[in-house]
Design a binder for this molecule. Structure first.
Ligand SMILES: Cc1cc2nc3c(=O)[nH]c(=O)nc-3n(C[C@H](O)[C@H](O)[C@H](O)COP(=O)(O)O)c2cc1C
Length: 176
């Protein structure tokens, strides 16, 4: 399943212009399977239920993170200081792991084994609860098992898509 015929009948440029207006967080998703540690830039992240407390992240089926979440059965959501958006460019390709850093940013191991950034403004650790295959992306639904606020406290505003010139979403390139 990719684009349905219904979407295909629409003007892809207009679909992009409209869907890019949806406000989104920008964060880093941490994942790990055995010795492979990774983190990636993500914007399709939201809470999905209060009881149980569930968080959904939609991850490209071709991303390294997709395989690591499936194999490791967990992921972390690292919210980031909106005044430091530089990592989002670097983490939009597989990250370099070295001596408990990813792309030079220090990490620690969460309860479930996934990386959690020590510089995160706030973080959420999830056990994989459910996986919904959707097409280009899988929706990973995670049950929250731990949360925390970064060392600089509650007042740090977190990064959003509009803090950068980056875009993500709309129709798949070359789909029309
Ligand atoms: C601003 C921005 C937002 C992104 N949001 C997502 C997202 O929500 N889901 C996703 O699968 N990829 C998203 N990506 C793309 C991934 O960061 C990219 O595919 C990355 O290569 C995946 O890394 P990995 O292969 O190391 O897992 C986004 C990229 C950018 C630049």
């Amino acid at each position: 399943m990719t684009n349905s015929d219904k979407t295909r009948d629409l003007d892809p440029v207009l679909v992009n212009r409209v869907l890019w207006k949806i406000p989104n967080v920008l964060c880093l998703i941490g994942s790990r399977a055995e010795a492979t540690w990774n983190a990636m830039t993500a914007s399709w992240v939201t809470q999905l239920s209060m009881d149980p407390v569930l968080i959904g992240v939609s991850i490209d089926v071709t991303a390294v993170t997709n395989r690591l979440v499936r194999e490791g059965g967990a992921f972390s959501v690292n919210l980031w200081d909106r005044s430091d958006t530089r990592p989002f460019v670097k983490f939009s390709k597989p990250a370099l792991f070295d001596d408990m850093t990813l792309n030079g940013r220090p990490i620690r191991q969460g309860e479930s084994g996934v990386p959690i950034f020590t510089e995160a403004a706030a973080w959420i650790e999830c056990d994989l609860f459910h996986t919904v295959p959707l097409g280009t992306h899988d929706l990973f639904v995670g049950e929250v098992i731990d949360v925390g606020i970064g060392s600089r406290g509650d007042e740090v505003p977190v990064a959003r898509m509009e803090d950068t010139r980056m875009k993500y979403g709309g129709v798949r390139r070359g789909a029309h």
